[in-house]
Design a protein around this ligand. Structure first.
Ligand SMILES: Cc1ncc(COP(=O)(O)O)c(C=O)c1O
Length: 377
């Protein structure tokens, strides 16, 4: 056993797990990319570290500086952990959907938390959180705003690390990939990579019923960490082959079922993905494989997902066995036709996205710094 000099060195290189009790031998193999093993407990450690270290290299984040971000939880927790390890002050803007467990983790890592309660025009908190974060970043001296929603380094992090790990672990033989979308960091970066290095793999996006990422009207939903009122800049829908929108109850029940049937803890967004991935596995042949992203672990949601009273208070069932989950997966249907985007370029100005983000994005696009063209070392 070697000694690890800094907790941040343990970000990434997460395992791929089988799910033998839910997945049958006469169908494709379902594999989970288990991101709970990142030190901050979720996939967001990857993008957070990548963005922070790029800001340090460029001199945008200096010793004694403050990191300000809008996050429903996971990205903020990653930044709080990174800030603690590197010695930065961290201010995170969350909303009332953020679980008390996540709030405790943010504070545990020493972050200052601001709860934004004003809803935006789509009934969510994304826009109000982002514009307040941008205002604070202008007001607080020596501050840096990672801006996971508009900063293209978010998807770049996954292009360079997550996607590459998946393709390497599968020795390049991958038939489908499934993940959830919010800022589009994961799906944007991984889909771009797969279209180059595993072009035969079907790329499947998972969104919440109520999100407007792939069109339609935004409505309230209960799955944390997923969905948005528009298509994020980090995602090119042309790289996505199909999209499934999963209802709240199915996502929560699937996450509970995989904990009981496989011993694999996952949060509700990953429950939604696992259900979709099970459906894809049912359609694939033995010897083929689908990789499903598990973005975080269920221990973040003990007071909601794993609390029977909370489930009942939402009008959800509390239990679904393997047969019921397999049947629910079989009944899922993708959105019809090629996925369409719902891009809103005017938001960059409306939400006051920082000039540094816009300059960086222009530079990344111009230099094609890995954004779909360069081969990662
Ligand atoms: C639990 C969880 N799942 C999925 C996602 C979606 O990932 P992305 O923002 O990269 O689209 C997030 C993002 O916050 C998340 O926290």
């Amino acid at each position: 056993m070697s000694v690890i000099a800094n907790i941040l060195e343990t970000v990434g290189r997460t395992p791929l797990l089988t799910s033998p009790n839910s997945n049958q031998a006469d169908e494709g193999q379902l594999l989970f990319k288990y991101e709970r093993y990142n030190p901050g407990g979720s996939i967001k450690d990857r993008a957070a570290l990548y963005i922070v270290e790029e800001a340090e290299r460029r001199g945008w984040l200096k010793p004694g500086g403050t990191i300000i971000e809008s996050s429903s939880g996971n990205f903020g927790i990653s930044l709080a952990m990174i800030g603690a390890a590197k010695g930065y002050r961290v201010v995170i803007l969350v909303d009332p959907k953020t679980t008390s467990a996540n709030l405790a983790l943010l504070k545990g890592f020493g972050a200052e938390v601001i709860v934004v309660t004003e809803q935006d025009d789509s009934g969510s908190y994304h826009k109000t959180r982002i514009s307040l974060a941008n205002r604070l970043a202008r007001e607080i001296e020596n501050s840096y705003r990672p801006d996971q929603c508009f900063n293209l380094l978010n998807s770049e992090a996954h292009f360079r690390t997550t996607a590459r790990e998946i393709v390497e672990a599968c020795s390049g033989r991958l038939d489908a990939f499934v993940t959830a979308v919010s800022t589009g960091g994961q799906l944007g970066g991984i889909s771009r990579y797969l279209k180059i290095y595993a072009p035969e793999a079907q790329v499947v996006g998972v969104d919440a019923v109520g999100s407007a990422i792939f069109g339609g009207e935004a409505e309230a939903y209960r799955i944390p960490g997923i969905g948005l009122g528009w298509t994020p800049d980090n995602l090119d829908v042309n790289d996505v082959d199909s999209v499934y929108k999963v209802p709240d109850e199915s996502a929560f029940l699937a996450a509970r079922a995989f904990a009981r049937n496989e011993g694999i803890l996952m949060g509700p967004s990953s429950g939604a993905c696992a259900l979709v991935a099970l459906k894809i596995a049912q359609e694939l042949k033995p010897g083929q494989r689908v990789v499903c992203m598990v973005s975080d672990g269920g221990d973040r949601y003990v007071q909601t997902l794993f609390n029977d009273e909370w489930m009942e208070s939402q009008g959800f069932a509390v239990h679904a066995d393997v047969a019921a989950i397999r049947e629910a997966a079989r009944r899922l249907r993708p959105l019809g036709g090629k996925p369409v985007g719902n891009y809103k370029p005017e938001l960059v100005r409306q939400l006051d996205v920082p000039e540094s983000t816009l300059r960086l994005n222009a530079e990344l696009r111009d230099a094609a710094l890995g954004l779909g063209t360069a081969v990662p070392e």
